[in-house]
Design a protein around this ligand. Sequence first.
Ligand code: DP6
Length: 336
Amino acid sequence: MSSMSATAIASPNIAFIKYWGNRDNQLRLPLNGSISMNLDGLFTQTTVTFDPAFEMDTLTLNDQVADQQATSRVTHFLDLVRKLANTTLRANVISKNNFPTGVGIASSASAFAALSLAATAAIGLELSETELSRLARRGSGSACRSVPGGYVEWLAGQSDDDSYAVSIASPDHWALVDCIVIVQVEHKQIGSSQGHLLANTSPLQYARVEDAPRRIRLCKEAILHRDFETFATITELDSTLMHAVMMTSDPPLFYWSPATLEIMTNVTRWRKEKALPVCYTVDAGPNVHVICEEPVSETIREQLLQLPGVLQVLSAKPAGPARLCTTLDNHSLRKL
Ligand code: DP6
């Protein structure tokens, strides 16, 4: 048998209603559903090759041999694929991001979405979008949301079978732009996987999770009706609720820096005082995702660049689903 190879591309996503805490850590079953948008122009491209001659899995990340921790996370994930395909073949995985690492764009989402698609295609499995999303979830929770296209809802579900993401609107349904404001090129913080384990130590987590179905409903309706005001209010509330949980967990996690807060307060002020369609959301780091409607995105970008501590602003529109690449596409990895 000769080697079997496939290449896939997936975009990261930004959550408007956040995933923070699992009901089952092993299966990555979340305590609440979440809603996100895939980010266009940013992507992970991953090539997986299975070969009978390989004695172990190997991983190259951004042209460097990956460390033991990253490699064993991938091996653990490939074990799931091997089980599905009923094989013991080992793989070589080559993965590249076209966006800078350590700037607060969660690369595990695009990484595991691309890996799910490339690995299953390479081994000869044809999974449905739902099956692929369920599989990607096992690698990184948020990765299940990078499998379908555009605006996406992760249905929390009760078990491995019914916890997956679906598209709720196509990328062209609503021209939103995520202006990713870099205030700090991260030094290593507590990552999401460790953070999820701490979520339940906060006395606020119960209230956050209890209210999640209401926030999901409002956010989804706001997206479907392109109702920016409702969308902004619920997106900012959800982000701050997650950070309140983070700040009150044991040990506490403080991801905001003074520049983060400065951007948050200015963004809300621009919306209230200047009636601009703009709001913010913050993930597990100090950088701010400023979400606005496309017509004002250049103005917003310029205003953001004036604020203290802002190093860089990257802009992303809604992106499509994870997809397999042809050999022609393989030359398309463009550095930002
Ligand atoms: C704050 O999906 O990165 O970005 O499943 O452990 O890989 P793992 O966690 P991950 O958590 C994402 C946390 C978040 C919120 C979100 O994207 O919903």
